[in-house]
Design a protein around this ligand. Structure first.
Ligand code: GAP
Length: 440
């Protein structure tokens, strides 16, 4: 049997739509640029990724969770540097008015959109934050921003969390939430969008200890991606040279994944020094120091941040899981999403062999038992072969088939997604069988 990987992102876009993972936002109106909706399978997959992250990052006694609001006091973004620094250099084509990121086009060449020569304007800095108005009055004092990273919600709550949870440094605060960036060149499906979810953790440490924690977090974060099923052969580190560092970081590294569009970032790990807390202390006038009673000193903590994109992780996991077996061999070709069982959106499919009440009765009883513990699909339509292929395409690890023998021997056939092997299992052992196989 031969096996090949995803070669073209369009194949994944089409599977995502066909099988209910991801739809274009507002599709019936022609869609809206770079916004995507997660369908019934996409939302399961995304929730499983978030749960895996939440467990790894907060089921430990030195990290606690937070869910801060998206809208924050506008001074937060002045203090954080986003108002002045969170910009991309932008140029316009004077003829077709198309906008480009200056670093993404060769200005010596014609406009990639309309072909006009010497048509570009001077470059200017374009702020990536979305601005909106708060309250009924439309003057400048009502301006607020949709947060472009979740991190600031954590920084401004540092003292609230530290004091209420009586945390001693080193400790971390973790958060998952939506963020918004008015990207100039979004695209490549859900790789770069204007609304996405981040899974971020800020680890507060004593000054001059950040390098060791940075190394420790690199290892934990790498292993998280591998534990979700990403193949290490398709991952690498990308160090940020000094010129690439964000305005807040003194060391930074990205986890890169080999997408069909090339290598790119799925997560950033940054040593943010005491930049953020220091700036918030200055701008708010509130002391954000930590009192280290054991050492008898006060200081503004340093921060090591891990910042993963939920949608990017999901895209990497979908690209990685996508396999074509026996490509080109019409009879034996199949597309299988070889998701790690932990993140597979549907764990079990219940398939009565035929649409007959006697099979349906037994199958529904089994369904009711199994779906108490696992996300389960029930499918009676079409030939059993077609139904297996459909479950392969959505990555369901186990299919349970109920046939006429089931009525006699009280057993079912369990088919494994990866090996396609089938086992006969008695109904009263099915629960334990799935428990053993779906351990994570
Ligand atoms: N708080 C640090 C921070 O926001 P970042 O490198 O700008 O760092 C972190 O973003 C992660 O968020 C990236 O590694 C990526 O996974 C995700 N991300 C960033 N911009 C994105 C976009 N436009 N669309 C989807 N995901 C994005």
């Amino acid at each position: 049997m031969s096996e090949s990987n995803l070669k073209n992102m369009n194949d994944l876009v089409s599977l995502s739509k066909r099988r209910g993972f991801i739809f274009q936002s507002s599709e019936i109106y022609g869609g809206i640029g770079s916004c995507w909706d997660y369908g019934p399978l996409g939302v399961e997959l995304k929730n499983n990724i978030k749960e895996s992250w939440w467990k790894t990052m907060t089921y430990r006694d030195d990290i606690v969770g937070l869910d801060a609001s998206i809208l924050m006091h506008p001074s937060v973004w002045k203090a954080s540097g986003h108002v002045d620094e969170f910009t991309d250099p932008l140029i316009d084509c004077k003829k077709c008015k198309m906008r480009f990121r200056e670093d993404k086009v060769d200005t010596a060449k014609p406009c990639p959109n309309c072909g006009e020569r010497d048509s570009f304007t001077e470059s200017r800095e374009f702020n990536l934050m979305f601005k909106t108005k708060m309250g009924p009055v439309e003057d400048a004092s009502a301006d607020v921003y949709l947060r472009p990273e979740t991190a600031q919600g954590i920084f401004v709550n540092f003292l609230n969390v530290q004091s209420t949870m009586r945390k001693k440094i080193p400790f971390g605060i973790a958060q998952i939430g939506k963020v918004f960036r008015n990207e100039i060149t979004p695209g490549n499906f859900i790789f770069r969008t204007r609304e996405f979810e981040q899974m971020e953790m800020q680890f507060f440490v004593a000054p001059d200890t950040q390098k060791d924690f940075f190394e420790k977090w690199k290892e934990i974060r790498w292993n998280w991606h591998v534990g979700n099923g990403l193949r290490e052969s398709r991952m690498k580190w990308h160090d940020h040279p000094g010129t690439e560092l964000a305005h807040y970081a003194d060391i930074a590294v990205d986890v890169y994944y080999e997408f069909p569009i090339g290598w790119d970032e799925i997560e950033g790990i940054h040593s943010r020094t005491d930049f953020d807390l220091g700036r918030h202390q200055k701008f708010s006038g509130k002391k954000l120091e930590y009192v280290d009673q054991a050492a008898g000193k006060k200081y503004i903590p340093y921060v090591v941040e891990t910042s993963a994109g939920c949608d990017r992780s999901l895209l990497a996991l979908m690209c990685d899981a996508y396999r074509i077996e026996n490509e080109g061999d019409k009879k034996n070709e199949r597309v299988v999403m070889k998701f790690n069982y932990k993140i597979a959106p549907i764990k079990v499919a219940i398939l009565p062999l035929m649409k007959k009440p006697e099979l349906d009765n037994v199958a529904r009883k089994i369904l009711n038992d199994i779906q108490k513990n696992y996300k389960t699909e029930y499918d009676v339509a079409g030939s059993i072969g077609k139904r297996y292929r459909r479950q392969d395409e959505i990555g369901t690890p186990f299919c349970v088939t109920i046939d006429y023998d089931t009525l006699e021997d009280k057993s079912v056939t369990v088919r494994n997604r990866d090996t396609m092997e089938q086992e006969r299992i008695s109904i009263d052992r099915l629960d334990q069988y799935l428990k053993d196989k779906l351990q994570f």
